[in-house]
Design a protein around this ligand. Structure first.
Ligand code: SF4
Ligand code: SF4
Ligand code: SF4
Length: 243
């Protein structure tokens, strides 16, 4: 019997689910190992007899909390995909603004009909077995994690900084080009894609375990960021922890 798998989305742009759908031939190989019973973006079936739940998006309403707890009760293994579900991601920026201001800005005159709570990652509400990080996820890493889980192996998830991948590509460091970067404290696994194309790393995979945040903050200040800009620079990957 193939393991039954369900994909669920919470608050996010659903880009991480699109990354899964757009895997093409490699997705077909994974589909040979599983039975997908719930995946709103891809199929119309909605069964609740799954063993593995894959979650995209952050928690942002009281209803989300009830829903994720029900999913957790059913799933033997729960995997979060993307920065929103694994870290809170871009959603956590709203935790630093008054709720009334945000509801009015988004819903205008209809604001009274909506409610929200501070955004948070899935692990803040229920236990999570594995996280595939990134905004969006790296497709190769998703395949690695899901095949490891399906074959009973422990997936290997990098716990070293993006700088190591960046240096191994022989990129010129952005700090030497007058820019700033969160690569020294951010968890690798993306192949240092942003600095490789001349963009700074903004920490979408979250921090490595035991990051040297003090040194990174000093480095950012030395390269021209104000203390306020330094705090904001960490908000995408660590906004939930800061709030
Ligand atoms: S992590 Fe990024 S790509 Fe994935 S759902 Fe959130 S905002 Fe979209
Ligand atoms: S560009 Fe960023 S990731 Fe690359 S070496 Fe410099 S600090 Fe590290
Ligand atoms: S370089 Fe940084 S921001 Fe870019 S994908 Fe990797 S972790 Fe995310």
């Amino acid at each position: 019997m193939k393991p039954k798998v369900a994909f669920f989305d919470f608050t996010g742009c659903e880009g991480c689910q699109l990354q899964v759908i757009s895997l093409g031939d490699e997705l077909l190989q994974v589909l040979g190992l599983i039975e997908v019973v719930n995946f709103r973006e891809a199929i119309s079936d909605k069964r609740d007899d799954y063993e593995l739940a894959i979650i995209d998006g952050a928690i942002s309403t009281e209803e989300d909390i009830k829903r994720i707890k029900a999913i957790r009760k059913q799933a033997k293994v729960l995997i979060t995909i993307g920065a929103c579900s694994s870290l809170g991601g871009v959603n956590c920026i709203r935790n630093f603004h008054p709720k009334e201001f945000l509801l009015k800005a988004v819903y205008g005159e209809q604001a009274q009909h909506f409610d929200t709570i501070p955004a948070r990652p899935i692990w803040a509400e229920v236990p999570v077995e594995y996280q595939v990080r990134g905004c969006p996820i790296n497709q190769g890493e998703f395949l690695k994690v899901i095949t490891a889980v399906l074959t009973g192996r422990q997936p290997v998830i990098p716990n070293y900084p993006v700088c190591m991948e960046c240096r191994s590509k022989e990129n010129v460091c952005l700090f030497d080009k007058g820019m700033t970067c969160l690569g020294p404290v951010t968890r690798a696994g993306c192949g240092a894609i942003c600095p490789s194309y001349g963009n700074f790393c903004w920490g979408c995979r979250g921090l490595v375990d035991d990051p040297n945040e003090t040194s990174e903050k000093e480095l950012l200040k030395k390269h021209g960021l104000t203390p306020e800009q330094v705090i904001k620079a960490f908000r995408f990957g660590c906004g939930f922890l800061e709030g």
